[in-house]
Design a protein. Structure first.
Length: 316
């Protein structure tokens, strides 16, 4: 990195949190003041429907260290993070949410651990999550399913909040996933990673846009992008049904040889047909989803489109 490059870049996707932005920037500045004056705050407006961009324009006009990107439409949190990573110039990059649940005051401790321990990434591990019980429950179920299907061991108490080295960010920027999942991409690199216990706050304003439907959709996208385990499970399911069919046929032959001949009932035949048809359709559906992912990948479309940029010369 050149001498003019900032020591720390703070990246935060912005969506439905306009009321938090002024406080977020003020608290980040206060936290970094004892550490360095050489930093940048990069806020990515993911087509937020509120007055977020107007406030970002105001903040950027006041301080050149605050930078902003406005995406052409809502691409999703992880694509917004990718947009920020593409423009961040810091030796160390911090990724955090903008709703103040990730406390800016924890940044200094995360940086200290990363630098003193020579880590490429230090994730903040939320000690006492201030989310509702419903969100905590669905989050644990989400990560349990994700860990099983992808083989990754991701703790539900960690999310995107953390500090990351320039070397790791450069690797992430070279990855071309159509459905990026930032924490999984970080762990895939195999670089030196640790966690640090951090305090977690209640959401300062509004409600999370991640409802159950969006979580399920996100889980499907991530699993299809990062694992072929569903295909292997489908293959095993097919083998299991083949073994079951052979066993049933064997029992039938044995009963026929023993003289115990019974006319098969209508209900059992119809039930078997519907069961097998359902299994086949399920298997075809899983294969079709993977084919769909391939179709999306070969299009080669950009992962995000920057519509406007403030205090950034050449946004990525």
């Amino acid at each position: 990195m050149s001498a003019a490059s900032p020591l720390v870049s703070i990246i935060s996707p912005v969506y439905c949190c306009a009321g938090c932005l002024r406080e977020l920037c003020a608290r980040i500045a206060a936290t970094l003041a004892p550490v360095t004056e050489n930093y940048e705050i990069l806020l990515v407006d993911d087509a937020s429907p509120d007055e977020a961009w107007m406030i970002l324009q105001e903040l950027c006009a006041r301080d050149s260290r605050i930078k902003a990107l406005k995406l052409s439409r809502n691409f999703g949190q992880h694509h917004a993070i990718a947009a920020g990573l593409g423009s961040a110039r810091g030796d160390w990059v911090v990724v955090m949410d903008c709703d103040l649940q990730d406390r800016p005051e924890e940044i200094a401790a995360l940086l200290e651990k990363a630098r003193s321990g020579n880590f490429d990434a230090v994730f903040g591990k939320r000690v006492l999550r201030k989310d509702g019980w419903g969100k905590r429950l669905t989050s644990r179920a989400f990560f349990a399913l994700l860990n099983y299907l992808t083989g990754a061991q991701h703790d539900s108490e960690t999310a995107n909040f953390g500090v990351f080295s320039r070397a790791l960010v450069d690797v992430i920027n070279r990855m071309s996933e159509q459905s990026p999942c930032f924490p999984l991409m970080v762990k895939w690199t195999g670089m030196k990673i640790s966690t640090l216990a951090v305090n977690h706050e209640s959401r300062a304003i509004g409600q999370s846009s991640y409802n159950l439907r969006k979580r399920v959709r996100l889980a499907i996208d991530i699993v299809l992008s990062y694992s072929d385990k569903p295909l292997r499970l489908v293959a095993k399911l097919g083998i299991g049904f083949a073994i079951l069919a052979i066993a049933i046929a064997g029992v039938g032959v044995y009963r026929y040889a023993a003289g115990d001949i019974q006319v098969a009932g209508y209900t059992s035949i119809i039930a078997s047909m519907w069961l097998l048809a359902g299994v086949m359709l399920f298997c075809l559906g899983v294969i079709g989803l993977y084919v769909g992912r391939i179709f999306e990948s070969v299009k080669g479309r950009p992962h995000y489109i920057v519509r406007e940029a403030l205090n950034i010369d050449r946004p990525s």
